[in-house]
Ligand binder design. Sequence first.
Ligand SMILES: [Zn+2]
Ligand SMILES: [Zn+2]
Length: 104
Amino acid sequence: MGDFMKNNFSVDTSSLQTKQSVECWWCRKVSTDPEALKTCTVCKVAKYCGRDCQRQEWKVHKLLHQELDHTRRLLKDNEDEEREREQSEAEEKEKVLQSLGKKP
Ligand SMILES: [Zn+2]
Ligand SMILES: [Zn+2]
């Protein structure tokens, strides 16, 4: 488990970017055919060479999903705030236009 965490967080990103091959997130077996690996249907990021590997990694992987959920919620909250502000600004403008129209 300790080794696994270490492996997982010291991923060599340069090799990930240059190679087309895909690595199983659990056993780190590299496959040159991305189609041969299973993809996590939830996050569509994690790859596994089989069901067993997916099940084994799930204990750690579900935490990643929680993290993704959290991030998504934060992004959504920001969007909502943005929309509310735009709306109140539009209402302000409307009020100003109305008061201008009421002037004699
Ligand atoms: Zn595997
Ligand atoms: Zn996933």
